[in-house]
Design a protein around this ligand. Structure first.
Ligand SMILES: NC(=O)c1ccc[n+]([C@@H]2O[C@H](COP(=O)([O-])OP(=O)(O)OC[C@H]3O[C@@H](n4cnc5c(N)ncnc54)[C@H](OP(=O)(O)O)[C@@H]3O)[C@@H](O)[C@H]2O)c1
Length: 247
């Protein structure tokens, strides 16, 4: 299960699920590079890695910006080598009922959560093709399959992540590159901390396991998909949601 000698890139690793994934892959021996949108976020990544003496670092990347992605990927390659494990985790919400949703709320979410996969994954493919080995793991959401009122933009982007992954999986399977999706349910991070206690209590009633998940419970599945144990799984979406939605 070791990922020694492999370079892994995790977008949005300054906190939450991304940081747990970064640390999980580092624990498996990968050299990990996490991305953040600010110096402060990059420092959080460096601190988290240093605390465990893990190999790797941080780069600044805005997944909505072509130039930022290109500059960051060049820095990763120069500093650590080309990544053969890519985890597209960075994501945002801008919730609103469709009747009130502004175009900017639609565009920004689609851009950050879906078009980012095109920007980040495409340039990383070349090294995976050369290595004849690669793992692409994309973070969707339970909302991408169930839908959620007030999140037409978010759910559309997360459903798109699944379609993207199934297509790319078929394009690169013969080269020993797998493309899979992890779809979290409600996980305790900054993204969900905006919910009131009452909203959280209501939410737990919809979850058979009656609790919110942890970032580590998502990271564990991502780490499995990156490991040799998942070598024959591709184009799959794994729901990690305490039973709140069963496909
Ligand atoms: N939490 C949940 O319940 C839940 C459920 C289903 C799916 N998910 C998905 O899981 C992923 C991680 O969620 P989370 O809860 O850990 O979120 P979070 O705590 O809000 O963290 C989001 C991460 O994404 C980064 N990010 C935001 N905008 C970015 C941009 N334009 N370019 C690059 N990075 C950007 C942030 O970087 P900065 O710190 O620099 O801003 C941060 O590292 C997301 O794709 C989310 O949709 C989460």
């Amino acid at each position: 299960m070791s990922l020694t000698d492999k370079v892994a890139l995790v977008t949005g690793a300054s906190r939450g699920i991304g940081q747990a994934i970064l640390l999980g892959l580092a624990e498996m021996g990968a050299t990990v590079v996490g991305t953040a949108t600010s110096d402060k976020g990059a420092q959080l990544i460096k601190n988290a890695l240093a605390a465990k003496s893990y190999a790797g670092g941080a780069v600044i990347m805005d997944v909505r910006d072509d130039n930022s992605v290109a500059t960051a990927l060049a820095a990763v390659e120069e500093g650590y080598g080309a990544p053969v494990i890519v985890v597209n985790n960075a994501g945002i919400t801008a919730d609103n009922l469709l009747l009130r949703m502004k175009m900017e709320e639609w565009q920004s979410v689609l851009d950050a959560n879906l078009t980012s996969l095109y920007r980040v994954t495409k340039p990383c493919l070349r090294a995976m093709l050369k290595a004849q080995w690669g793992r692409i793991i994309n973070i969707s959401s339970v909302g991408g399959v169930s839908g959620n009122p007030g999140q037409a933009n978010y759910c559309a982007s997360k459903a798109g992540v699944i379609g993207f992954s199934k297509s790319l999986a078929q394009e690169v399977a013969s080269r020993n590159i797998t493309v899979n999706v992890v779809a979290p349910g409600f996980i305790g991070t900054d993204m969900t901390s905006a919910l009131t206690e009452e909203q959280q209590a209501q939410l737990k009633k919809t979850i058979p396991m009656q609790r919110i998940g942890t970032p580590e419970e998502i990271a564990a599945v991502v780490c499995f998909l990156a490991s040799s144990g998942a070598s024959y799984i591709t184009g799959e979406t794994i729901q990690v949601n305490g039973g709140m939605y069963m496909q």
